[in-house]
Structure formats: C-alpha cells, structure tokens
Design a protein around this ligand. Sequence first.
Ligand code: FAD
Length: 593
Amino acid sequence: MNIIKLKKISGHAKSGKVTRIYIGVLDSIKKGDKLLDIESKKGNVTIISEYDTDIVKLLVEVGEVLNIDDGICEVSSPLKISSGSSAKTPLNTSSKPSTTKSAPFNYFGKLIKPKEVKKITLEVDIAILGGGPGGYVAALHGGLTDKKIVIIEKNNLGGTCLNEGCIPTKTLVRSAEVFNLVKDFKEFGVTLENPKINLKDVISRKDRIVEELVGGIDYLLKNRDVTIVKGKGEVLEKNKIIVKENNVETTIIAQNIILATGGKVSKLNLPGIDLEGVITSTEALNLCELPKKLLIVGGGIIGMEFAFIYASFGVDVTIIEFDKTILNTLDSDVVDVILESAKLKGIRIVTKSAVEEIIRGEDSDLIVRVKSAGENRFYSTEKVLVAVGRSTSLDGIHHEKLGIELNARKTGIEVDEYMRTNIDNIYAIGDLTEKFLLAHVASHQGIIAIDHILGKENPMDYSVVPNVVFTIPEIAVVGLTELELERRNKDALDEEVIEVNISKFPIAANGKAQTLGETLGFVKLIENKQTKQLLGGTVVGIHASDMITEISLCIKKGLSSKDIAHTIHAHPTTAESVHEAALGLNGGSLHFE
Ligand code: FAD
C-alpha cells in the first residue's frame, strides 16, 4: 500500500487538527499541490504534496487530530518523489521512492505501446449521476450522514444552473441593473461622465462568480467525504455505473442510484439555424462584443431575461413570439407591466409570428424571415438568439436496457412522489423528471430522494413552487394565478368552483420602492372566499424574487392573509407591499385607495 504520511507540521508541533482538505478520491495531484490545512499550537500550515500521483483513498477527515507519521491518503503506485526543490512540508509514504534509472527512450515503442487503462472499483451506498443543482444538493444532503456517496460529473460541478443558467444570467442581469441605475444618475443627484458598458468585463465578472461557486461546491463535497468522479457515466445495470475518462475506468457498484443528468438546449429545426451568428443562451452568456442588433426567437422566460439584459446594454432588441403574448403562462396584468417596461427600454415585441428561415444578407447581417398573419416579413439583425426551450438529457442512461419507465411524453423519466423510478433502487430528480424545469425544484427533489433512501418518507409537494422571472422588473409567482383559476373554474362542476377574493397593491405606493426609484409593478394576493386560506401570490416589481418567500411560506402552511396582516413588517421595506396587499383583503390597504 502506498500511503502519503504527515511528516512535519510547523516548528516542533507533533499534532494538529485538520481544518480543510483540498483533495478527493481519484484526484490526480502534482508536486506542490495543497493537500490539507492543519491547525496546531504553533500555528496554521498548509501541507503540500511532494509527489505526482493519484489518490485512491482519503485517510483523514476535517476536525480529526493528526499526528506526525499518520497517513493522509492512499495513493496509486508507483509513487515517485519529483525532482527539484523540496516542498514546504515534507511528507513520507509507505513505499520507497524509485531509484532505478529510467530506460532509454524508445521512439517506436512509445508510439505503438497501447495506453494502460487503470481500473478502479468503488463500492458505495449511493451513486449520483450528474452534478447539477439536483445531483450536487442530493450529495451534500447525503454527505451529512454516514452513507458512502459518489457523484459523477462529465463537465463542471453545478450543472446548467451554475455554469450556463441561473447564476451566469443573473450576474448579467445585475450588470444591466447597475448600468440602468448609473444611466439615471441625475435622478439620484449623482454626477458622472459618460458611463459605458464593457462587455468583456461583464463576462469576466460572471466567470469569476461561476468559478468561485463551482469551487465552493467542490470544497463542500470533499469536506463531506463525497467522492467526485469526473467523466461520463454509463448506467448499464441496476447497481452499476461505468465511467471511462483519461485511461481510467471506474466501476461504481452502488446500492442506490440517483439519476440527475438534467437538460440541454433544444435545437430548432429551421433553415439557417447553423449559420454563424445564430446563438443559444449558452453563447449569449459569452459574447465578446455587443451586437448592434439582436433578434430573439421566443418570448418565454429565457428570451425575456436576455431581452432586458441586452436592451439595457444599449442593443437594439426584437423578440419574435409565436403565441399571442410573451410569457404566456402569466396573468395578463403581469404581462402588461413587462410590456410597459420593455417599451421604455426600446424592446420591440412581435407576437403571433413564426420565424421560418434565417439567411446571410449581402452586407453580412443575418436576414430573418418571419411569417406574420400569413405574410412574410424580413428582419435584418447581427445576431439571432434562439431561446425556445430545453429538452431532457438521457445521456448515459440506458433506460431501455434497464427497463426504466419514461413519462407520457417519452422524453423524461417517470417518478413517484419519493422520486423513485419503477426500478426499486433507482431514483430520478431534476429536469430529467420534467416536473418543473427549475433549479430549486431539482434541489428539493434531491433531498426527497436521499431522505427516502435513508428511510424517511417526505413526499414531494409541487403545489407551492415559487417561480421567478428575472426581467426588469422581476416577476415572482407562487400557487394559484388568475389565469389558472379561470382555466380550472371553466371546466369545473358547480361544487368544485373556487370562489376567491383578490387584492392588489401597487409598488408605486410603497415608500421604499420610491426611494429606490423603482416603482413599476404590484403585489397580488388571492384567497379562498370561504376558507380565507391564501391560495396564490404574484409580485411584479423590484425585489419580487425575495418578497415571494413570505407568500410561499403562508400558502405552504395553510395560513390566511390575516396572518400576514397581523405580522409587523419592517419599515421602510418593499415587503410592506405584501403587508398592504394582505390588509386589502382585511378591511383595506392603508396607503392605497
Ligand atoms: P443540470 O443542471 O442540467 O445538471 C445536470 C448535470 O449532469 C450536468 O452538469 C451534466 O454535465 C451532467 N451529466 C449529464 N449526463 C451525464 C452523464 N452521463 N455522466 C456524468 N454527468 C452527466 N432555474 C431557476 O430555478 N432559476 C433561474 O433563474 C434559472 N435560469 C436559467 C437560465 C438559463 C439560461 C437556463 C438554460 C436555465 C435556467 N434555469 C433556472 C433552469 C435550471 O438551470 C435547471 O432547472 C437546473 O439546472 C436543473 O438542474 P438538474 O440538476 O436537473 O440538471
């Protein structure tokens, strides 16, 4: 066995407490890489590797007291001390460094020699395929127990959400908000000279934030002894996942498997879709230069978020939407606020129209042919952003061979309320289940799946799922909307008809919103007329994404608007708008007629 041992801490210290572990099983380490942080009476010290090797097993935990000569990790053989200057803190291993002279270089031998495949087998309690917000949250939750957990990820930890979804878009939204604010500097009594947007710096900031958050997940997983296997996993048997990556073949034998492979951008089948300049949301997060004109195909959530980002940066934005309205799942009064804001930003919205073809124009711009009311219309643009949804990724899941049942649409995996598939030890979570394509739903499903494996039965409840659209201003919805109510009551029997009271409070009547200079929007609460139970809430306006949580909790707990009305809300805050809307259902709002 080859073991890297603790040789020296600092000064004459003989032992110390492990405060941080930088390495994980299957990591390849190089001389100079950090292994651990140790806190001793003589001070803090980082233990550095003297070797280029691969880690097979970790022998320490955070919080453990380590003595000189205790093992840190088991590593693959042969273990060679790298030449050059010695590392800061010398380590020793149970195998002696090789002293044999290297063989003469054999050019042809090197060329024809097949690469040796290193085979590793891991036996675990839970294997999680996919490290997005579904998979990594499941791993973090499971990592708090004594279960042996492995997570397999072929790209970056954090999945779509952290790398090309929620977080990168929201850093761009923030840059857009800041730029909008500085453009309004005179309104706030500030003097500025010619503020400009520098897209390269916007993207660098986004990259830094993503990198930091991805690194944070890696750190947390390792600290909870979750083994991270990098590479594409293939589930071929109900207890077995194989990962082949860089001459390492890892066989994972797992008692339970959680599938969390998420989704991918769906490709629109359209002439000209492969032309340069036709981009998806992923590329729209990494543009080097601002286009003069951007045409967005699809006025759904992703399309509208990008429309506000790029319009705020000064780009001429046009949206082509097939339906009769943008954001077609929302109440019409919400859409009206967004249309008003879009108009102020100069965003052109064309509804009831279909993009049929994209061609390259003579002047190198793209020409987009759109069918509108039976007629062809032509739009010239520098870039076309296709934002027409996403599809599930069954990559690596051999569902037919395994007999895993798909849902009615045959595109996602069928699960019950505990996230179980029809195969007893296999669970599925996140976008793959096509319940809600939202990061927080994926994460919650991950917790439910782990709990079920641990023997705790917490069924998944989809009745209270907050949904936020990060347009400017933000929209946040939870529970019942007026649109849904209308649909439900239309086909309901008399005794099933839900009668409601609705209260609306304008954000413009909120003192804090006035101080922020952000007065568009409203808070809307819907309660059951008979039971007075709160059924739904919508906030459109500044801080909507934060205000929705109070309403979510009330609906989840079966509370009434009276409970909100009787709760003291801090002043001055935008959350007072929720209080005022609740007062509207209990005798009348104070600051609005
Ligand atoms: P994913 O995040 O897609 O993660 C799946 C992971 O599995 C990926 O890392 C993938 O590489 C890996 N994987 C797949 N197959 C294999 C395999 N065979 N072996 C190993 N690894 C594999 N949601 C919100 O809630 N709020 C938002 O503001 C928001 N904004 C968004 C903006 C954009 C532009 C996009 C595209 C999405 C946005 N979403 C948002 C949706 C959100 O990103 C997803 O709902 C969420 O990421 C789903 O999580 P998941 O874990 O199911 O899958």
